[in-house]
Design a protein around this ligand. Structure first.
Ligand SMILES: Cc1cc2nc3c(=O)[nH]c(=O)nc-3n(C[C@H](O)[C@H](O)[C@H](O)COP(=O)(O)OP(=O)(O)OC[C@H]3O[C@@H](n4cnc5c(N)ncnc54)[C@H](O)[C@@H]3O)c2cc1C
Length: 468
């Protein structure tokens, strides 16, 4: 079977050293798309995964998959579709208990809630069928570097192992250990990364006896204590992904306890059974300014390719994996894996979704400077159709602002709305700047300085603490 562990001829050191064209660390979405892309081009690629084969693909997630119809073709959608357990979801349901309000906001485009383990396994199987090799139970704990990154060191099934490769793709998820090990001095790689730019999140898969009434909705709710959010995403009418999270700048929540309390207050969960529990950190920050160093690229959560306002990271991970692999293939063909050659990866990411995510992050920064009740009051006063446009159009569409202002005129919240309007203008300026992301690493510092000037204005305008 293609996903079985391979054993390539060892090239020394008692069979504990192997050499590959491309090495991918992590068998999540980003790693599988990267590996499938490299394998399809006929190069040798191995994915190193710390979990064993039965656990690989088991990832803490809300299981909401947006835009699957537009995923890269490298792993065809039909391969993943059987894991889409609920394709009826067409709106978000925002519950705001202390204002006694429920907002139903349509979600445009395709959305599915998925069986995440089944999806993860299918990804691995498809990458394996494309020709990628998988080594499970292999924990990467260091890198091999001589200027360029040239490989990694790992404990594979309890034995020390050195893997060499022309290119290492770091798909090891949020707060990837590899980035503590690589020497990034003299490269453009973004090291301005701090735990406070992440959220801590926890989820359970819960089954209930009676179908829930909101099985066609993604349910969101602010948490009662501390600044956080809860979600209820229906995988099926009786199997619900329930979870919660908070930005690590906030006072820590007791995630398990707080979730239990909320569940106990909802009558539809009276006889609920918990099937599975997992927690993890996720980046709720802008994408890395550059995720490239000689011989090395970071993809997916390892480079913060997550929509920082929704926490949705599956789509970004899939595309980042593909783009990084394409840059790696260029490097292999040219026999040059320098930053200059791999740079096209940064450009692809920024052009496709990175600039938009960086602009959306400005709204996160805005919210840290406001009282939650004030923002919830504002949310409940918004006209639903406009809000839907606002949430899903990203930052570029100005039309809805004008309509929003008119609609809100008599409803109070003018101060907050005005500040939001100013924030929106700066987010748009930022987005325009990301559209000019440099095509040459030599122009990167000038670009970044200008970006930092725009961010300084954001902090000044919102009164928020600098995030970066
Ligand atoms: C609670 C929660 C809810 C979320 N909800 C959603 C949602 O509803 N929709 C959505 O789109 N996104 C959601 N996300 C984000 C989404 O899960 C991630 O963005 C996505 O999984 C990132 O994929 P990835 O391949 O980059 O990393 P991951 O899926 O995290 O994969 C990383 C892999 O690397 C392996 N690994 C790590 N370190 C090592 C090592 N040292 N050696 C070997 N292997 C290693 C891990 O075992 C793992 O298999 C959520 C995240 C969390 C935490």
């Amino acid at each position: 079977m293609a996903t079985e562990e391979s054993s390539r001829p060892a090239s020394g050191l008692g069979g504990r050293r192997e050499s590959w064209d491309v090495l991918v660390v992590g068998a999540g979405t980003a790693g599988c798309y990267a590996a499938a892309t490299v394998a399809r081009a006929g190069y040798d690629v191995v994915v190193l995964e710390r979990k064993d084969e039965s656990e690989a693909g088991h990832i803490a997630c809300g299981d909401a998959l947006k835009g699957a119809s537009k995923f890269p073709e490298t792993i065809p959608r039909e391969r993943l579709e059987p894991a889409f357990t609920n394709t009826e979801v067409d709106h978000g349901r925002f519950e705001i208990p202390h204002l006694d309000t429920v907002l139903n906001i349509p979600v445009p485009g395709e959305l599915a809630v998925i069986d995440r383990l089944e999806y993860g396994r299918r990804l691995i199987e498809a990458a394996g069928d494309a020709g990628a090799h998988f080594h499970y139970d292999t924990v990467v704990n260091d890198v091999v570097q001589n200027g360029a990154v040239e490989g990694v060191q790992a404990i594979s099934r309890g034995e020390p192992f050195t893997y060499e490769a022309d290119v290492v793709i770091d798909a090891a998820g949020a707060l990837s250990l590899l980035q503590d090990k690589v020497e990034f001095d003299g490269t453009s790689f973004d090291t301005n990364v701090n735990y406070s730019q992440f959220s801590s999140a926890y989820r359970e898969i819960v089954t209930v006896e009676e179908p829930v009434e909101w099985s066609d909705a993604l349910v969101f709710k602010p948490t009662e204590r501390a600044a956080g959010y809860l979600w209820y995403f229906p995988r099926t009418k009786t199997e619900i992904n329930v979870g919660l999270g908070f930005q690590m700048t906030e006072e820590p929540m007791q995630l398990v306890e707080d979730l239990k309390r909320d569940l106990s207050e909802r009558e539809e969960f009276a006889d609920a059974e918990v099937e599975d529990k997992l927690g993890a950190a996720l980046p709720t920050r802008r994408p890395y300014d550059s995720a490239v160093a000689p011989g090395y690229m970071a993809v997916g959560d390892a480079a913060a390719h997550v929509n920082p306002t929704t926490g949705g990271g599956i789509a970004g991970a899939a595309y980042a994996g593909k783009y990084a692999a394409e840059a790696a293939l260029d490097g292999l063909e040219q026999g040059d894996v320098s930053e200059e050659v791999l740079w096209s990866y940064n450009q692809q990411v920024m052009d496709h979704f990175g600039g938009r995510y960086a602009a959306l992050d400005v709204y996160n920064i805005y919210t840290t400077a406001y009282d939650v009740d004030d923002l919830m009051g504002l949310l409940s006063a918004l006209p639903v159709a406009k809000l839907s446009e606002a949430i899903y159009s990203g930052s570029a569409n100005i039309g809805w602002w004008l309509k929003l202002k008119t609609a809100l005129k008599a409803r109070g919240h003018w101060g907050t709305i005005y500040d939001l309007y100013r924030t929106k203008s700066l987010a748009d300026e930022l987005l325009a700047h990301y559209e000019d992301y440099p095509d040459d690493p030599n122009d990167f510092t000038t670009w970044r300085n200008r970006r930092d000037d725009i961010m300084a204005q954001v902090y000044e305008e919102t009164g928020a603490e600098p995030k970066y």
